[in-house]
Structure formats: C-alpha cells, structure tokens
Design a protein around this ligand. Structure first.
Ligand code: C5J
Length: 225
C-alpha cells in the first residue's frame, strides 16, 4: 500500500488496483488552433496541465500502474451525437463541422486525437466517449473491472466538465478518485478553483485532491522495487 498526502485527508492506494486515467487531453481542447481556441478560449490555461501530467504518466508507467486515456468525440456519421448536444450554443461551427484541425470532435480526425506529449502506448486502453462522463455509453467500467481496478488517479480537462462528471460517475460506482489539481485544468480560473473545491468538500464527497509533487515520490518508490 502507498499513501499520498491529500485533501481532505491522506489517500491510501495499491498501485496494482489503482489506475491513472487521463481525460480528454485532445488537440481540439488543448492546442492552439483547435476547437477550444476557435470558441474564444485561452488554451494556455489548459496547456499548463500537460507537463505535470506528462511527469505523472511517466511515473505511473514506471510503477507498473494501469493507464487509461479518454477522448470526447463522435462517430463520423454522428449517429451518437444527441441533437441537443449538437444544437447547444447555437454555434456557427460546432461538433461534426469542418474545423481548424479536421471535423470537430469526430473520431479519426487530427483535432480529436490526444496531444503528442501524452500519446497512449500499446496496452493502454483509449475510451472513446460521446458524453462528458467517461462511464456514459462506454465500456470503461468493464475495462476497470477486468483489470481489478478500484481506485483512480485523475488528470485531464476540463476540470468542471469532463473531469468532474467522470469523478462523480466513478464515485457512484464505488471507485475512489484522487484528482491532481495541477494536472487538471479549465478555461475559467474560477471554475478550476470551484471544480477542485467541490470534489474535496464535506469530507471528500466525491474524492481526494493532491498536487502531482505529492504523488510523484510515492510512485517513484514503486518503480525501484
Ligand atoms: C471536456 C468539454 N472534455 N469541456 N469537454 O471537458 O466540453
């Protein structure tokens, strides 16, 4: 067992039954020139999470932990895109339309894929999800159960949308979640602050929060074994 100093109290985990999950670190959200930026967002706020996540990813791999990646997006025929999701925002250029990096949030397009710095390697499942939560309409729960995973260390974007939704879904399914606050990010500083605060409030109502620097030495101790 390992212990990370976290909030609201220490997070105990076993790297054999704990997975790192990296949520939606896709070019369309994170990279300059993508969908996120086209919507008027400052993507540098999201990019801040890439380097710390890269360090955690390397450490998790070295510790032999399971690693799972997710991508938000849709089938090229858009049959899994709810009309309400398509209509939301009354965007001139929205999901499925040609965007700066290919069709926006469509599987197989350049912008839909994960940023180069966090590229999955062989053996790391990539969960393609049509919704905000990573459990909705996916086989994530089955993948975690097949690997005997009971706890999740969470990185990714955005804090208040897909990260929070996934953590809440995971919590209801009985998984413990540790969210790394420097490895998750939002386009809105206030949402970052509140998105983190909501997870650890009321004795950890949805989970735990720590910084990557608190986790890295713990993972390193497993890599040496
Ligand atoms: C994610 C979004 N990944 N903000 N999507 O958070 O629409």
């Amino acid at each position: 067992m390992a212990t990370v100093q976290a909030e609201p109290y220490e997070f105990d985990f076993d790297p054999r039954t704990c997975a790192l999950i990296i949520i939606d670190m896709q070019r369309d959200f994170v990279d300059p020139g993508g969908f996120g930026e086209a919507l008027g967002n400052d993507v540098s706020l999201l990019r801040k999470a890439v380097q710390p996540t890269q360090r955690v990813l390397a450490a998790a791999r070295a510790a032999g932990m399971a690693v799972i990646h997710t991508r938000e997006g849709h089938r090229p025929d858009l049959f899994d895109l709810a009309p309400a999701k398509k209509a939301r925002g009354k965007l001139k250029t929205g999901i499925g339309d040609p965007g700066p990096m290919g069709r926006i949030l469509v599987r197989g397009e350049y912008g839909h894929d994960i940023v180069d710095e966090l590229k999955p390697i062989e053996g790391e499942p990539v969960i393609d999800k049509p919704g905000k939560g990573a459990f909705y309409a996916t086989d994530l729960d089955a993948v975690l159960k097949s690997k005997n995973i009971r706890q999740l260390i969470v990185c990714g974007v955005t804090t208040e949308v897909c990260v929070n939704t996934t953590v809440r879904e995971a919590n209801d399914r009985g998984y413990d979640c540790l969210v790394l606050e420097d490895c998750v990010a939002s386009y809105f500083p206030e949402f970052q602050r509140v998105g983190i605060a909501m997870i650890k409030a009321q004795g950890g109502i949805f989970g735990w929060v720590a910084k990557s620097e608190q986790l890295l030495p713990v993972l390193a101790s497993f890599a040496k074994r």
